[in-house]
Write a protein that binds this ligand. Structure first.
Ligand code: SF4
Length: 352
C-alpha cells in the first residue's frame, strides 16, 4: 500500500500514543487494503443461506439451549429461563462507545447496543443494573435494526452487541432487516465467553469480529463468582473461543487500524490470581495463535456483590498487573492491547 500523506496523518490521529507503543515491540495486525470489503453477513445473504440460519436460531428458543445453561424453556411461549429473558430482545441503550479497544473505537466510536439480562451474572459485574436487574425495554427486531442503522449513520465503525448470547436469534433477524436497508459495517459479538459451541457454529459467516471475555481458567473459581455457578465455564469458553478463532482468525484491520474481522480476547486481572491469568495466556499461545489480539485488563473494581467475597473484595495491586503482563510476554503473545501496554508502563513506574 502506498502511504499517502493523508493516510499517514489519519493513522497517527487514530492510533494516538499507540503508534509509539507499537515501536516498543508490538507487532501490527495485518491490514486489508481499500479493496471492496463486505461484511460476513452480506456474503451469507448473497449465498441465500441467511434465512435458514435465522429459522434455526428461533427454533432453538422453543426449548432454549442458546447457552450452556440449557434451560429447555419455551421462550417463544413466554417462558423464561435462568437469564430471565423474554422472547423479544431487551435493550438498555445504544450509543457510540469510546472506551472499547482502539481498533473498535477509531474516530467515531464503536456502536454499542447493551442488552438487558445475562446468562452468567458475575458477582462483580459493573453493568449489574442492566445484566442482573434487567434494566431496559423490550424491542422488536425492526427497532433493533433501526438502532443498528442509526449507529452506522452517525459513523460508528461496527455494531457491538454487548451480552448477546440470550438474544442471538433476535440479533440475526434484525441484522438481515438492517442489511436490506443498507447496513454494511462489521458485527462485533461481545460476550462473557459462557457460550455453547454449537451456537457459535451457527454464527459462522455472520459475525465479523468476536470479542469474548475469558474470565476464569478454573471451574471451582468460576462457579464461586457468578450466579450461574458455572463450573463448566472454562471448558465452554475454551471450546467456543477456539471455534471463534477458527471462523475469523487473528485480527485484521483496514489501513486506519480499524477492526474489520478477527478475534479479540479480553481477560480481566483479578485479585489473588483468581482469574488464572498465567494459565490463560499460555492457553491462548498454545491453542489459538501467539498473534491473537489480547487485552489484559487492569480495571477490576469491587462492584455489586463482590464486597461479600473476601478474595475479590479489593482492587488489584500494581504487582498483580505487572506479573500478569509479564506472563503474557513470556508466553510469546505478540499482539497485546495498546492501552494495556501503556498501563503496564504506568504501573512499572509506580514500583520501587
Ligand atoms: S439463553 Fe437463557 S433461557 Fe436459554 S439456556 Fe441460556 S439461560 Fe436458559
Amino acid at each position: 500500500m502506498v502511504m499517502t500523506r493523508r493516510r499517514f496523518v489519519e493513522s497517527l490521529c487514530l492510533m494516538g500514543g499507540a503508534t509509539l507503543v507499537g515501536a516498543c515491540g508490538r507487532s501490527d495486525p495485518p491490514t486489508l487494503e481499500e479493496a471492496p470489503w463486505e461484511p460476513a453477513y452480506a456474503k451469507l445473504e448473497a449465498q441465500g443461506l441467511f434465512v435458514e440460519r435465522i429459522e434455526q436460531a428461533y427454533e432453538i428458543m422453543r426449548a432454549c439451549t442458546l447457552c450452556p445453561r440449557r434451560c429447555g424453556v419455551n421462550r417463544l411461549k413466554g417462558e423464561r429461563g435462568f437469564c430471565r429473558a423474554p422472547a423479544n430482545a431487551m435493550a438498555h441503550s445504544h450509543q457510540p462507545h469510546f472506551g472499547e479497544e482502539t481498533p473498535l473505537v477509531g474516530q467515531h466510536g464503536s456502536g454499542t447496543i447493551f442488552f438487558s439480562n445475562c446468562n452468567l451474572r458475575c458477582v462483580f459485574c459493573q453493568n449489574w443494573p442492566i445484566a442482573h436487574k434487567g434494566l431496559g425495554s423490550q424491542i422488536s427486531e425492526e427497532e433493533l435494526a433501526g438502532m443498528m442503522l442509526n449507529l452506522q449513520r452517525i459513523g460508528c465503525h461496527n455494531i457491538n452487541f454487548v451480552t448477546p448470547t440470550h438474544v442471538m436469534p433476535n440479533i440475526l433477524k434484525a441484522t438481515r432487516i438492517a442489511l436490506g436497508q443498507g447496513l454494511n459495517v462489521p458485527l462485533c459479538y461481545n460476550t462473557s465467553g459462557y457460550e455453547s459451541v454449537e451456537m457459535i457454529k451457527l454464527l459462522d459467516g455472520i459475525v465479523d469480529i468476536y470479542l469474548p471475555d475469558f474470565k476464569f481458567m478454573d471451574g471451582e473459581q468460576a462457579s464461586q463468582y457468578n450466579l450461574a455457578a458455572a463450573q463448566d465455564y472454562p471448558e465452554r469458553a475454551k471450546e467456543s473461543i477456539a471455534e471463534m478463532h477458527r471462523q475469523v482468525g487473528d485480527l485484521v484491520t483496514d489501513y486506519r487500524g480499524i477492526a474489520l474481522r478477527g478475534l479479540m480476547v479480553r481477560h480481566l486481572v483479578m485479585p489473588n490470581r483468581v482469574a488464572g491469568t498465567q494459565e490463560f495466556v499460555q492457553w491462548v499461545a498454545n491453542n489459538l495463535s501467539k498473534d491473537t489480539y489480547v487485552n489484559i485488563m487492569s480495571q477490576y473494581r469491587v462492584a455489586h456483590l463482590a464486597y461479600e467475597y473476601e478474595s475479590i473484595a479489593r482492587a488489584i495491586t500494581t504487582e498483580e498487573y505487572v506479573e500478569a503482563m509479564d506472563w503474557a510476554k513470556e508466553a510469546g503473545l505478540t499482539h497485546l492491547d495498546d492501552r494495556s501496554l501503556s498501563q503496564l508502563d504506568i504501573f512499572r513506574r509506580r514500583m520501587p
